[in-house]
Ligand binder design. Structure first.
Ligand code: GZL
Length: 330
C-alpha cells in the first residue's frame, strides 16, 4: 500500500511540475520582482504623460516590480501585439490603458487562458464577460460631462443668457474611447433638452493640441459665430486657443467664447486663473498608487471591486489660487 501511495505521490508531483512548466515565466529565477506588462495607449497629452509617470513611479524596482512599458502610439493593434507579447513572456500581471472600448475579448481570453490577471486602467473595455479582467480603475467620465453641462447652464443664467441662442463647438477626443463617449453624451443630451442650444459642429481632435488647433482653425474660416467651445481635453483646448487668437476671437473672462475643458492639468488651471479658460473639469491621471494597491490586494487574495472611480473636482477662476495650482502633482 505504501509503495502504491508513493507511486501516486510521484505521479502527482510530476503532473504538478509539468503544470508549472506549462506557463513560461518572465520572472528571473533569482528575482523576487513581480513582472508587470503595461500597455500604455500613447503619449498624446499632458494627462497621458502624467499617467505614465504615476505608473512608473508606483511600479518601480525599489517597490518590487519589473515594469515592462509598451507605448502603443494610440493604435489598438499595437496594444493587442504588446499584450500578446506579455503573455508569451509569461509576465505575472498585465495592465492595459485601452485606447478604445471595443476589440478586447480575444486577447483578454488569451490572457485568462495563460492564467495572467489583467487590470484595466483609465478608460474601460466593452466586454460581455467582466470576469476577463480583475478590475477597472478610472474616472466617471459621464459625471465629468454632466458637471460641465450643469455649470454651463448655471453660468449662462448668471450672465442673463439663459434664453439666448447658444452655439456650441464640440471638440471630441479619440472616437470610441470611454472618455470621449461619456463626455459627449451629456452635451448631446443637453442640446436635445434645451431648445436654444445648438451644437454647431463636432470636430475630431484626437486629444492632441495639434489636431485641436487644425480643426478649429479650419472651422473658424467658415463660421465665427460660436458662443461655447466644449473641449474633451486640455491639449485640444490649447490648440483651440491658438486658433481663436489667430482668428481674433476673444475667449474666457469678458470674451465672446466660453471655454470648457477636461483634465485640469496645471497649465490649464493656470489659464483658468488668468481668466482664459472658464471651466476646468478634473480628470485625475495619478492611477499608479491605485493600481499598485489593486496588485497588492490580488497578491494577498483580498476581494477586489470590479469598478473603482476616483473623486474629482471642477475649477473656475474664483475657486483657484496660485498656491493651489503650484501644489498640484500634474
Ligand atoms: C481620460 C483619458 C483621456 C484624457 C486625455 O481618462 O483617457 O485621454 O482626458 C487623454 O487627455 O489623452
Amino acid at each position: 500500500m505504501r509503495v502504491k501511495i508513493r507511486l501516486i505521490a510521484c505521479a502527482l508531483a510530476l503532473l504538478c511540475l509539468a503544470g508549472c512548466a506549462s506557463r513560461p515565466t518572465a520572472k528571473p529565477q533569482d528575482s523576487e520582482l513581480l513582472v508587470v506588462g503595461f500597455s500604455q495607449l500613447g503619449s498624446e497629452s499632458s494627462w497621458r504623460l502624467a499617467n505614465t509617470a504615476s505608473m512608473t513611479a508606483a511600479l518601480s524596482r525599489e517597490k518590487g516590480y519589473e515594469l515592462l512599458l509598451e507605448n502603443a502610439k494610440q493604435k489598438q493593434d499595437n496594444q493587442l501585439a504588446a499584450v500578446r507579447n506579455f503573455i508569451l513572456q509569461g509576465v505575472d500581471l498585465i495592465v492595459i490603458a485601452p485606447v478604445a472600448e471595443t476589440g478586447w475579448e480575444s486577447v483578454l481570453q488569451e490572457a485568462r487562458d495563460a492564467q495572467i490577471p489583467v487590470i484595466i486602467m483609465d478608460r474601460a473595455v466593452a466586454v460581455e464577460d467582466e470576469s476577463l479582467y480583475l478590475s477597472n480603475v478610472g474616472s466617471d467620465f459621464l459625471r465629468e460631462g454632466e458637471r460641465a453641462v450643469e455649470w454651463l447652464r448655471e453660468e449662462l443664467e448668471r450672465r442673463g443668457r439663459g434664453e439666448d441662442e447658444i452655439r456650441i463647438l464640440h471638440l471630441q477626443g479619440t472616437y470610441g474611447a470611454t472618455s470621449q463617449l461619456m463626455r459627449t453624451k451629456p452635451i448631446e443630451d443637453a442640446v436635445r433638452a434645451m431648445p436654444n442650444w445648438t451644437i454647431a459642429a463636432q470636430l475630431p481632435g484626437d486629444y492632441t493640441e495639434a489636431k485641436g488647433y487644425e480643426v478649429v482653425r479650419d472651422y473658424l474660416r467658415g463660421d465665427r459665430d460660436i458662443d461655447v467651445i466644449y473641449s474633451e481635453n486640455d491639449n485640444m483646448t490649447f490648440g483651440a486657443m491658438r486658433a481663436l487668437d489667430e482668428a481674433g476671437l476673444r475667449y474666457g473672462e469678458g470674451g465672446d467664447v466660453i471655454l470648457i475643458s477636461f483634465d485640469a492639468v496645471r497649465e490649464a488651471l493656470q489659464y483658468c486663473l488668468e481668466g482664459k479658460i472658464d471651466l476646468c473639469v478634473e480628470c485625475n491621471p495619478l492611477h499608479g498608487p491605485r493600481v499598485e494597491e489593486l496588485i497588492r490586494q490580488y497578491e494577498e487574495g483580498e476581494s477586489i471591486p470590479k469598478h473603482i472611480y476616483v473623486e474629482e473636482l471642477i475649477f473656475t477662476k474664483d475657486r483657484l489660487t496660485q498656491e493651489l495650482i503650484d501644489s498640484r502633482e500634474y
